[in-house]
Design a protein around this ligand. Sequence first.
Ligand code: SAH
Ligand code: SF4
Ligand code: F3S
Length: 461
Amino acid sequence: MTAPTTVAPPRRLHVRTWGCQMNVYDSERMTELLAPLGYAPVDTPDAADMVLLNTCHIRERATEKVFSDLGRLRDIKNARAADGQKMLIAVAGCVAQAEGAEIAARAPWVDLVVGPQSYHRLPEMVARAHRAAGVQIDTDFPAETKFDTLPEARGKQGAIAFLTVQEGCDKFCSFCVVPYTRGAEASRPPAAVLAEARRLVAAGAREIALLGQNVNAYHGDGWDLARLLRALAEIPGLARLRYATSHPRDFQGPSGEALIAAHGDLPALMPYLHLPVQAGSDRVLRAMNRGHTADDFRRVVDKLRVARPDIALTSDFIVGHPGESDADFQATMRLVEETGFAMAYSFTYSQRPGTPAAALPGQVPQADRDARLQALQALLRRQQDAFNADCVGREAEVLVIGTGRDPGQLSARSPWLQAVHFQGSPSLIGQVVRVRLVTALTNSLTATLCATLEQEELSAA
Ligand code: SAH
Ligand code: SF4
Ligand code: F3S
């Protein structure tokens, strides 16, 4: 007698993701975990059987958005219930981790709350939620690691794939919730990373972005990040590598030097680095507990530019950290002016409950934070425009990731992670092609396709 195979009934899953790329990666993994239960992704929550919010706690506004979304979802859930349909609501990610109990109290229509380190248990939780009512909360940091229990199967893969190699953070910057929401720093073993990378390439990835909160602190089984990148570069079919987010402190020492050297001699490693510096004043950097000075950052930048002269640097900034004076802020402006960034994210300081900075004296008035942010963003915008304008007229190899918005248009990524649009055949999706960059906008470039080798051979014949 053959065992009966049970086929899960088809169900609609709507996933909404906020926050960093690690959350994007986690959302993909959770979607894969739920597929065997019959859940297939849909674009809107309206007719969904389950809605999963993968949340971010980094700034106050990010957290507020979750609660306003939950309010809207209650109405949809009630409307579906009136039609005799059940809709599960799950909250995952860093707000789940930090405010699980509060979510249950403020939004009792939520069925499950699951933290970033325990989402591999989501299928059991969903099965239980189908049987019973009431909010289930799982925000453990379980002994079994998520990565050991996640399924290996990967869905259809776009040309660019994210791969989490390191999680958590032990740095405890004064302002930051991540060490509390994501737990202690841990690296995945290189063998597991290489195996996952091979599966991603087999499923269609041409570029892999390695992810971690402090990815350049990677130390799986004694390997540093440079060694891991060199091993990944050997995978046939994998054309390009990146990594994010780095910390200036982890560029000190032998592993940092090895990583800088890799930027010089590893062709697959793209000439791009996201290196958050947060501030340009040593007084503020000390208060932030960053563990590096502005000059440490300058030295790393100089070495990277010697190793790879065309490297594009991007960063993150916080203005208005407690104790930041106007003079401190001017030091940030000077650092930006000297460095020249291709792009950067900048934020006004947001006071986060439970972080050391929240209790510091010298909280900066909101109006000053806003004025500083405006000045910084104007400067960063000018630098971004200048960087893009400088690319015009150059040829570059771009990775085609899909179709663009206009008819016949393709969307690609440059080595410097700019969005590039040009006319071309959809058959080029997933390929690295040579283009000439012709116009620059703030957030993208347009280009024309250069003749491919085959075309050149044909016209020569
Ligand atoms: N691990 C990365 C940062 C991850 S959080 C690093 O060390 O740089 C992403 C960015 O959010 C940070 O770089 C910082 O610029 C910003 N951020 C973090 N906490 C913040 C807060 N309390 N207020 C405003 N911005 C914050
Ligand atoms: Fe947050 Fe600092 Fe850790 Fe980055 S290094 S995640 S800013 S505590
Ligand atoms: Fe946000 Fe958590 Fe990432 S707080 S930035 S989703 S690690």
